[in-house]
Design a protein around this ligand. Structure first.
Ligand code: ATP
Ligand code: MG
Ligand code: MG
Length: 377
């Protein structure tokens, strides 16, 4: 079995593809457009809607194992791939995907596994949108499905009308959650094998700007008790869901040192990009291993590191001066996803630096990014 199938054509699939190719696999990507980053990087591609049955049959026949880089693939498509004969390992499986696609199920799963979430309630009907308030403000109304990079969210202060907010989101199923006063945001990426063996990358310390990940420091600057607890939450969630494959858990760390589960992603994660340079086995290498049926890799860091995202905003004055930046910062790694149409807020690439400690690495990537913005020319 030397062909790995990946559903989704984005940058996560592209970096998975590069890791798989380096380990001697071919990758067949099922994407939505010829120009998607992973479709272009893969050895072979299917370009069709995920519901397309002919495409599914052809994809299934062409691959030896399946993974995803995007959680909003219909669970039914994964279920049918998992039921293909001869048996096709599908990692993560359809049930894990179905949980991670819906914030209501995510929060229920976290609670069932014994982990805290923000206080929340469902707002899916007119009645629920006008019911007496039970969640203290400030709060956030989020669509239950399909949100990413802070899209599909409305922040609600003391006087704001819940019903108006729900209408502005299109009257779709939503969750209203209380805002968590966090000290830090963390993430950890569990990789779980069919026999239950689990390895965790992280925790990562994440800074968001406008609802989009901006900067990751690794390892997170938290005490060893919190580090161990964050890993325990990630591994515990993966075990509770019976996940096989990668499962990222995003968390809030409160001032009291408690961890609160924010959301799940059944795939590699933007915060884990720093593992490409900082670890011997990256999150993408681990995804290849668990998908292909290889043994677990060691997720421990070789050095500290930091990652800064490059969003489309950086292209406002035209193509950034890559050569100038790389000349000034020869130790910084540049990753570009090969996307042709920069738009504000769109993830176009990232910068990574490694160092003896995460602050030093963060200073390097931030200075390099400032140089790209032209601020220090
Ligand atoms: P992603 O791109 O990670 O999938 P998303 O659109 O699904 O993001 P969330 O992760 O739910 O959105 O929220 C985005 C960010 O907004 C969080 O990382 C956090 O900074 C902030 N946020 C979300 N929910 C809360 C909350 N209950 N309390 C405080 N901050 C929150
Ligand atoms: Mg999300
Ligand atoms: Mg998130």
């Amino acid at each position: 079995g030397r062909v790995l199938g990946v559903l989704g054509g984005g940058q996560l699939g592209r970096m998975f593809t590069h890791a798989a190719q380096r380990q001697g696999y071919r990758v067949h990507c099922w994407g939505q457009d010829r120009d998607e980053p992973a479709v272009r990087a893969a050895d072979a591609a299917t370009v069709a809607p995920f519901g397309d049955e002919t495409a599914r049959e052809r994809f299934a026949a062409a691959v030896d194992a399946v993974t995803v880089e995007f959680e909003n693939v219909p669970a039914a498509t994964l279920r049918k791939l998992a039921g293909f004969t001869p048996a096709l390992p599908v990692r993560p499986g359809p049930d894990v995907l179905a949980v991670a696609q819906d914030r209501r199920r995510e929060k229920a799963a976290a609670a069932a596994a014994g982990f805290a979430t923000a206080p929340w309630r469902e707002v899916s009907t007119e009645q629920q949108a006008t019911a007496a308030p039970t969640i203290a403000r400030p709060a956030i109304l989020k669509t239950a499905r399909d949100g990413y990079d802070g899209k599909g969210q409305v922040r609600l202060g003391e006087g704001d009308d819940l019903r108006a907010a729900w209408e502005s989101l299109g009257r779709v199923p939503c969750v209203l959650e209380g805002r968590v006063e966090f000290a830090l945001e963390l993430s950890a990426i569990a990789a779980r094998w069919p026999d239950g063996r689990t390895r965790v990358h992280g925790p990562f310390e994440n800074d968001h700007a406008n609802g989009i990940l901006d900067l990751t420091l690794y390892p997170a600057r938290v005490d060893p008790v919190v580090t161990a607890e964050a890993r325990r939450v990630a591994a515990g969630m993966a075990a509770a869901l019976g996940a096989v494959g990668l499962l990222t858990v995003e968390m809030f760390l409160t001032d009291d040192g408690d961890l609160v589960v924010n959301e799940l992603a059944p795939r590699p994660h933007n915060s884990g990009h720093v593992t490409i340079e900082a670890c011997g086995v990256s999150q993408f290498d681990q995804q290849v291993r668990v998908t292909a049926g290889l043994p677990p890799g060691d997720p421990s860091p070789r050095s500290a590191g930091a990652m800064a995202n490059l969003l489309g905003d950086l292209w406002e004055q035209g193509e950034p001066d890559w050569a100038g930046m790389l000349a000034a910062f020869p130790d910084v790694s540049l990753h570009l996803y090969g996307k042709d149409d920069p738009k504000p807020g769109r993830k176009m690439g990232h910068l990574t630096a490694t160092a003896g400690d995460p602050e030093t690495a963060a200073r390097r990537v931030l200075a390099a990014r400032e140089r790209l913005r032209g601020a220090t020319r």
